[in-house]
Design a binder for this molecule. Structure first.
Ligand SMILES: Cc1cc2nc3c(=O)[nH]c(=O)nc-3n(C[C@H](O)[C@H](O)[C@H](O)COP(=O)(O)O)c2cc1C
Length: 184
């Protein structure tokens, strides 16, 4: 069983980023994987404390211990972010700074992001460098969306763009392929 931890890095309500993360998680489930979503809006983390950088499991706050134990157990990750000033969000960086290389080493990481009016790859490009620093393996296919790809329905965003849906399917397939290969 492939376990995938998906970090949703938007604190907006509702969030396009969360819709992307939900879509990937649903496809992962269909392929027999176990997706675990951590929404940083619903489960905020304290500011990353360098005192616990090498042993984050010793952090006194339970919410950090939970994230660390999920990250340890994960075979793969998905990182999702809105575009904030041509990069990814601070809350996502804080989550990544709460973790360390032991959690990411040789594990595949999929990148998804939403921009305001344009599909921007900048946050994903920046995340790709960060993933390398964490010794993870950022997969080649990534997902970049913008607000025109969604429709607001009640309290959530729903993906309407067909090309985006196809992209998410190809992305998820590639993530699973990498996860199976790297776990073997
Ligand atoms: C602090 C901040 C900075 C932003 N910077 C950009 C930007 O540089 N480029 C852009 O296209 N959108 C920018 N936006 C718009 C967000 O990208 C957009 O609202 C977000 O992707 C919506 O996704 P979400 O619903 O998942 O939060 C910014 C929004 C905020 C709050």
């Amino acid at each position: 069983m492939i376990r995938v931890l998906l970090l949703s890095g938007s604190v907006a309500t509702p969030a396009h980023t969360h819709a992307l993360i939900e879509a990937v998680a649903a496809l992962l489930k269909q392929t027999g994987c176990e997706p675990i979503i951590w929404d940083l809006r619903e489960r905020p983390l304290p500011i990353a404390d360098p005192d616990y950088h090498y042993e984050p499991e010793r952090h006194p706050e339970q919410v950090v211990q939970e994230l660390v134990s999920l990250a340890k157990a994960a075979d793969a990750f998905v990182l999702g972010s809105p575009n904030y000033h041509n990069s990814y969000s601070g809350v996502l960086k804080n989550a990544l700074d709460t973790l360390n290389m032991d959690h990411f080493r040789d594990k595949p990481v999929g990148l998804v992001g939403n921009g305001g009016g344009l599909r921007s790859t900048q946050p994903l490009d920046h995340l790709r460098i960060v993933v390398r620093g964490l010794l993870g393996v950022a997969i080649p296919i990534q997902v970049a969306s913008c607000r025109h790809d969604f429709e607001r329905q009640a309290d959530k965003y729903v993906i309407t763009a067909d090309d985006l849906k196809q992209r998410i399917a190809a992305f998820t397939q590639q993530l699973v392929t990498y996860a199976v290969k790297l776990k073997a």
